[in-house]
Design a protein around this ligand. Structure first.
Ligand code: ADP
Ligand code: MG
Length: 294
């Protein structure tokens, strides 16, 4: 189960991660009100959809020259204009597919003075069956490109569940980011707070990209993507309530009401399968023979 950036940030803030101030907004008026509560003078208006790549995304309705789904605003009029552009329109990003996703929520947040953008993520590494950190100095909007062309710039290490997060893990994150002194301490603290959040909430993924170093020398979580193990949500009722059904396929949502694991696929051969392994094998066989499962 996935949640929106603003929800992820509220959650991570509870574990001590450094988050800039910000407020969610469902209407243009709420977006302007949200900005008024921030110190300014720089605001950032961010489309809230369950997909990354928003900054470089394009709105279907606005044409190729319009700005993307994450925009700076230098006054309240600009906040209003950006909110008007975004709400109700369809954002297409590298992660949404051609259909894109309709933007129904915004996050209006404090603008940061960014000196450097890092990448920091936690996930479950299937090879080691452990929670792993993925760290890179090359954060920002092109992490897929970094992974593709310069994979040596991405560092990864896992945490032994028996001993849990240790100070040396924090130092390893700081070292991978090339940070020293006070900034290394900040990086270690961010790493430890993300690890605590991950364990506590039965997360499957926490991705902070960018983890920004500001001109003032502070680390700040500027973007956060958090996904949870759906099978564990029965013990996290507060998190389960954050589920946004408009982000999910309507047929899958309907099926889930009856405890049916319906997965929408685009193919031409319908599969009604009994068990995940058989489902996978059936789909593999269909594809191997040049057809597509549905
Ligand atoms: P996405 O990854 O979906 O494109 P991000 O939240 O990472 O969205 O935003 C894209 C870029 O916008 C970031 O890499 C960063 O450079 C900039 N940005 C995001 N939030 C802020 C902020 N609060 N202040 C200044 N710049 C920001
Ligand atoms: Mg990002």
């Amino acid at each position: 189960m996935n949640i929106h950036e603003y929800q992820a940030k509220e959650l991570l803030a509870k574990y001590g991660a450094p988050i800039a101030a910000g407020h969610a907004a469902f209407t243009v008026e709420e977006a302007v009100e949200a900005a008024k509560q921030l110190p300014g003078p720089l605001y950032v208006v961010k489309s809230q959809i369950h997909a990354g790549g928003r900054g470089k995304g394009k709105f279907k309705e606005l044409g190729p020259d319009a700005k993307g789904g994450v925009r700076l605003a230098f006054n309240l009029d600009e906040v209003k204009a950006h909110a008007t552009d975004m709400l109700g329109n369809t954002l297409v990003t590298i992660q949404t597919g051609d259909a894109g996703k309709q933007v129904n929520r915004l996050y209006v947040t404090d603008g940061a003075d960014i000196a450097k953008e890092f990448y920091l993520a936690l996930l479950v590494d299937r090879a080691t069956s452990r929670i792993a950190f993925v760290v890179s100095t090359e954060g920002g909007m092109d992490i897929e490109e970094v992974a593709h062309s310069t994979p040596e710039k991405i560092h990864s290490f896992s945490v032994d569940p028996a001993s849990g997060f240790q100070p040396h893990h924090g130092r390893a994150v700081a070292a991978a980011l090339g940070l020293t002194g006070d900034q290394a301490k900040q990086a270690a603290k961010v790493a430890s707070s993300l690890y605590a959040a991950f364990l506590d909430t039965d997360a499957e993924q926490i991705e902070v990209n960018p983890l920004a170093l500001t001109e003032q020398g502070n680390l700040l979580v500027l973007d956060a993507k958090v996904g949870f193990d759906g099978n564990a949500m029965f013990r996290h009722k507060d998190i389960a309530e954050l589920r946004d059904l408009t982000e999910e396929d309507a047929a899958e949502v309907e099926a889930s009401k009856y405890d049916l694991a319906y997965i929408k696929l685009d193919g031409n051969i319908g599969c009604m399968v009994n068990g995940a392994g058989l489902a996978m094998a059936t789909m593999d066989i269909i594809k191997l023979n040049g057809e597509f499962p549905a």
